[in-house]
Design a protein around this ligand. Structure first.
Ligand code: NAG
Length: 153
């Protein structure tokens, strides 16, 4: 069975191999809805990532600016991180732990996470799905972020 480190090393090798094909990371983060034709109850206007690029082993903040004409009293935030085509990380959070509930009108989802220090540098894609009561989909967005090299201390 491959260890997580082994998988990430393989990914790092793949990243070096395909590195010359990947476009340079751009500073602006553009957000896309998972289903562009869908009218999600929660609209997302932007994402702020600090620091950008994200530094492995250090706390990163993903602040998502959102708007809804509903009232969110409870729900879940499901996070999936992909590296190229590989699924590397997934976690589920209580929405009310990342914003103040009840949330309505304009609100910010402040998601913080620390990626392990062995996470290889490169371009990643994060997908965030917001689920409300009865797991009804409130929104689903995806955006890219980059991971830089581990900061030398
Ligand atoms: C993210 O949002 C929270 C809550 O609004 C705010 O306190 C924090 O300063 C924001 N962080 C960044 C890096 O913008």
């Amino acid at each position: 069975m491959a260890s997580k480190q082994g998988l990430l090393l393989a990914l790092l090798a793949a990243s070096v191999a395909v590195g010359c094909l990947l476009p340079a990371a751009s500073a602006a983060t553009s957000v896309e809805y998972c289903n562009k034709g869908k009218n999600y109850p929660v609209k997302v206007s932007g994402v702020e990532i600090v620091p950008d690029p994200v530094v492995p082993g250090q706390l990163a903040t993903f602040n998502i600016s959102a708007f809804t004409d509903k009232t969110i009293e409870k729900g879940k935030l499901v996070i999936d991180v992909k590296y190229w085509i590989f699924h590397v990380h997934s976690e589920t959070h209580d929405i009310c732990g990342e914003t103040t509930c009840p949330a309505s009108g304009k609100f910010v989802l402040a998601h913080q996470q620390t990626l392990p220090s062995f996470t290889p540098p490169g371009s990643y894609t994060i997908t965030m799905t917001m689920l409300g009561d009865n797991d009804k989909e409130l929104s689903c967005i995806s955006f890219g972020f980059s991971i830089g090299f581990v900061a030398s201390s």
